[in-house]
Design a protein around this ligand. Structure first.
Ligand SMILES: Cc1cc2nc3c(=O)[nH]c(=O)nc-3n(C[C@H](O)[C@H](O)[C@H](O)COP(=O)(O)OP(=O)(O)OC[C@H]3O[C@@H](n4cnc5c(N)ncnc54)[C@H](O)[C@@H]3O)c2cc1C
Length: 433
């Protein structure tokens, strides 16, 4: 176990840890390797790549490329991070703990749906369909509806169509004009336009109807009705209305959180170099705001270079941190404009729908509590039970936050993160403790 002041440790004895082997964590690993610093990289997936680069379950376990000094802990869940940079992880056999000089939290984001009346096993997040397809090779049987808001819907639908799924329709709340308005922000990320065009080409070629500027007004077990009154039958509906960063580990480390008006989620407060208010703890990639893959990689380069500078370790040649920071800001502007366009179209109308599906708390109950003057998530949790279920608020917090924002108020504080960032049953804890 290592402890101590990151500023005081000699270079050869420095220990760094990265959680998450997506584009952000892989970029950190690349820079640390080039700087000659051995480091631990944890991912609960067996293979590096994160959400964009997710590979099939039968691909061999693999660390990120170009990072020879990386000790890759595959299929290993990091359960918590402490303010003193101690990580606790579960490798399937035992629970381990170690303190590091620097901790880079690159845990990514997740997608979810706005509350809708009813809750059927034929509905899931569009991201889950994509994860099942990419990770397990599972192609859903029967017609698939992809609905919600944003370009991710088109990417998922195109992936499904390419794999032979029958996509019944894509219903995107963003009108075409919203995409046109994003073009000025897209210059630093022209690749994104190519990805969207490519998806449209696949969908056209597969005869998939794509509706822009439309919402699903009614979602039943096996069909949807759009706000134009059109019925769409499906076997599975993949819905993605919003994305939110995985902030649980940063919260367990006591890193300050703030409400993002554009994203409508709580986010870890970071500076331009992705430093949190806890010394030696960095939060980056989608964990620092949902800004896309190119930003995730840039944030990894910036944060790792910033740490090397902080500890007086020479940066590998050819990397100008300040230029990368400017690039990251320009790229982030696109993600921010996109999420602002998406959240502008949020509607949570029905009081009957569940704000918290785990505890079955109706939206109306949360609205009542907000009208009593509650504006922080922990108080709302006590009064309504939102956040007490098995997902521990991961899915209802962005919804409850939206309900507060709906009343033109700013959510004051997020849910308090208890020790574990991932659910672990007591039996497991005893067996491995
Ligand atoms: C479901 C989903 C699918 C997506 N698909 C695409 C796509 O096809 N194309 C595209 O352009 N963009 C896609 N995106 C957006 C894309 O994920 C991001 O732009 C990019 O991958 C972000 O990189 P990252 O490194 O920040 O996080 P990610 O790539 O998400 O990587 C985070 C990694 O952290 C690991 N992790 C998280 N918590 C823990 C923990 N406690 N312990 C151990 N490991 C942990 C995860 O397993 C994951 O591998 C998707 C996003 C989501 C949520």
């Amino acid at each position: 176990m290592t402890t101590g002041n990151p500023m005081a440790a000699p270079a050869a004895e420095r220990h760094a840890a990265i959680v998450g082997a997506g584009p952000a964590g892989s970029a950190v690993s690349e820079i640390l390797s080039k700087a000659g610093i051995a480091h631990d990289l944890f991912d609960e997936q067996p293979r590096a790549g994160g959400n964009i680069g997710r590979r099939r379950f039968d691909a061999p376990p693999q660390a990120p490329e170009g990072a020879p000094l990386c000790r890759y802990h595959a299929s290993t869940r990091v359960l918590s991070a402490s303010p003193e940079r101690e990580l606790t992880w579960d490798d399937g056999d035992a629970i381990h703990r170690q303190t590091y000089d620097a901790v880079f939290l690159c845990a990514g984001a997740y997608d979810g749906m706005l509350p809708r009346e009813g809750r059927f096993d034929t509905w899931c997040a569009a991201g889950s369909l994509q994860a099942l397809l990419k990770g397990q090779g599972i192609v859903p049987e029967g017609p698939v509806l992809i609905a919600g808001a944003g370009p991710f819907l088109h990417i998922v639908a195109a992936d499904l169509a390419r794999a032979g799924a029958k996509v019944a329709a894509v219903v995107d709340a963003l009108p075409r004009l919203a995409y046109v308005n994003l073009l000025p922000y897209a210059l630093p990320v022209l690749g994104n336009i190519g990805i969207m065009r490519d998806a449209q080409r696949v969908l056209r070629g597969s005869g998939v109807p794509v509706q822009f500027g439309r919402r699903v007004a009614t979602l039943a077990r096996d069909h949807a009705v759009t706000d134009r009154g059109e019925r769409i039958d499906f076997a599975i509906a993949g819905i993605s209305d919003w994305f939110a960063p995985q902030t649980q580990l940063a919260r367990s480390a006591g890193c300050a959180q703030e409400w993002s008006d554009t994203g409508r989620y709580f986010i870890t407060s970071v500076d331009d170099a992705y430093r949190t208010d806890r010394e030696g703890i960095y939060v980056l990639g989608e964990g620092a705001g949902v800004r896309g893959g190119p930003h995730a990689r840039l944030s990894g380069l910036v944060a790792s270079l910033a740490w090397l500078e902080a500890v007086g370790h020479p940066a590998p040649p050819g990397h100008d941190r300040h230029a990368l920071e400017r690039q990251a800001r320009d790229v982030a502007a696109f993600g921010q404009a996109l999420e602002a366009a998406m959240t502008k179209r949020d509607v949570i109308a029905s009081g009957e729908a569940w704000a918290c599906a785990c505890e079955r708390v109706p939206v109306a109950a949360v609205r009542d509590a907000i009208d009593q003057g509650l504006e922080d998530l922990s108080s709302l949790k006590i009064v309504t039970r939102c956040g007490m279920g098995s997902c521990q608020g991961r899915y209802c917090e962005p919804v409850v936050g939206r309900l507060i924002a709906e009343r033109h108020r700013t959510p004051r504080a997020p849910l308090t993160q208890k020790v574990l960032a991932r659910p672990l049953d007591v039996g497991e804890l005893i067996r491995r403790g």
